[in-house]
Design a binder for this molecule. Structure first.
Ligand code: THU
Length: 136
């Protein structure tokens, strides 16, 4: 799957965002090493703290279906009422969850404004010196 195709999937996921409180809609598409793709959106809550980010929704869907080996994730986010106009970087909690399952040197995080405007980082670039399973 190309970066562009994965970004398109993230935009599809964003359409399902449940964000009545922040108005910030996020979509993520997670590519597994076996080729499967899991979509995730942010899911907010009236009590605020139970809110789940799009990236974690996608990762938890994958793990709960038995897929734990990932190669890339595409993320798109912005004001729900407008086209995406900035890069939505994963929050610290999502970076920590990625650290649990992904190789920081090879897992790629794609932040996109559109299918032809995106940047790619390794997990290590966005989460240097992170704490993971290898530290225990
Ligand atoms: N959000 C994500 O879905 N992913 C992130 O990595 C950052 C933040 C969501 C959570 C909340 O619903 C909204 O964006 C505003 O913070």
């Amino acid at each position: 799957m190309t970066d562009e195709e994965l970004i398109r999937e993230a935009f599809r996921a964003r359409e399902r965002s449940y964000c009545p409180y922040s108005g910030f809609a996020v979509g993520a598409a997670l590519l597994c090493k076996n080729g499967r793709v899991y979509l995730g959106c942010n899911i907010e809550n009236a009590a605020f703290s139970p809110t789940n980010c799009a990236e974690r929704t996608a990762i938890f869907k994958a793990v709960s279906e038995g897929d734990t080996e990932f190669s890339r994730i595409a993320i798109v986010g912005g004001d729900v009422s407008k086209p995406v106009d900035g890069y939505a970087y994963p929050c610290g909690v999502c970076r920590q969850v990625m650290m649990e399952f992904c190789n920081p040197d090879t897992f790629e995080i794609i932040v996109a404004k559109s299918v032809d405007d995106f940047s790619i980082f390794t997990l290590k670039e966005l989460f240097p010196k992170g704490f993971g399973p290898d530290n225990l």
